[in-house]
Design a protein around this ligand. Structure first.
Ligand code: ZN
Length: 260
């Protein structure tokens, strides 16, 4: 897992959407991606990106119509939806926590405020995935399922995939107890590498590292996995944090194959 720098992408008139970008994604032609921040109050409303203005602004950053910025109803499960052709119009009511597509001009996105956002691409097919990995979905191996869905649907090859792990709560701020640690221990024999005892039955859990391990397990090369390494709870100047703030906004993480 390598750390990555970020840069701003200011756009729009008046209000602007700042997108954090992973350099390794930026160098791939025809792929656009970005992680929004809370700068300028973007995504601030309860429930996040339900404001049409914010939605339009992010879609504009991707150079697409607002209805082509596609999300689903996230439920902390392991369902992955395939977006193909004109399917994008039917996605918003679907209950899922990951999207994959090889259709150009459709940005697939997920919303988070502590959970781990993971964007994946195979530059060659090309095909992309956006995954919402909270602890429940992580235990259900959601990133592995997204990768295998890309293989199955698009003939993608994990050994050439590039993944970006966006802003998420860091282990120093993510203390969990037995109801979380029990399933984590059960699912991951290497759990001691991603959890540290804090005493009194409490553990600090590194969900970003855990998802990085899962990506390697799915066949990605470690050098192709990039993490912003920024904690949503520590950096509340930049991000929303559900743990730290309770009812709060959401960031959007999205990826798209450009229309040629
Ligand atoms: Zn932190």
């Amino acid at each position: 897992m390598r750390s990555a720098e970020w840069k701003e992408n200011k756009k729009g008139n008046g209000k602007s959407a700042e997108l954090l970008l992973i350099p390794a994604f930026e160098t791939v032609p025809n792929i656009r991606h970005g992680f929004t921040t809370r700068a300028n109050g973007l995504g601030a409303r309860i429930g996040g990106f339900k404001s049409p203005d914010d939605w339009n602004l992010v879609a504009d950053s991707f150079g697409i119509a607002p209805d082509k910025l596609v999300t689903v109803q996230q439920v902390h499960g392991d369902e992955i939806v395939v977006v193909k052709g004109n399917d994008y119009q039917d996605m918003r009511p679907r209950q899922a926590d990951g999207l994959v597509t090889d259709s150009p001009g459709i940005a697939i996105g997920i919303e988070t405020a502590d959970c781990v956002p993971v964007l994946i691409m195979d530059p060659q097919t090309p095909s992309v995935a956006a995954v919402h990995a909270g602890w429940r979905s992580t235990v259900k191996r959601i990133v592995q399922k997204a990768v295998s869905r890309m293989q199955h649907e698009f003939g993608s090859d994990p050994s050439r995939m590039i993944a970006a792990i966006g802003p998420a709560i860091g282990p120093e701020c993510y203390e969990v107890d037995e109801p979380v640690m029990g399933p984590v221990r059960g699912a991951f024999p290497f759990w001691k590498e991603i959890a540290e005892a804090r005493g009194n039955g409490r553990w600090s859990l590194d969900l970003r590292k855990l998802n990085s391990r899962e990506l390697v397990q799915a066949g990605l090369k470690e050098r192709n996995i990039h993490s912003l390494g920024m904690c949503t709870s520590c950096r509340r100047d930049l991000f929303y944090s559900f743990r730290a703030e309770g009812r709060t906004g959401r960031m959007l993480s999205a990826v798209m194959i450009e229309q040629r």
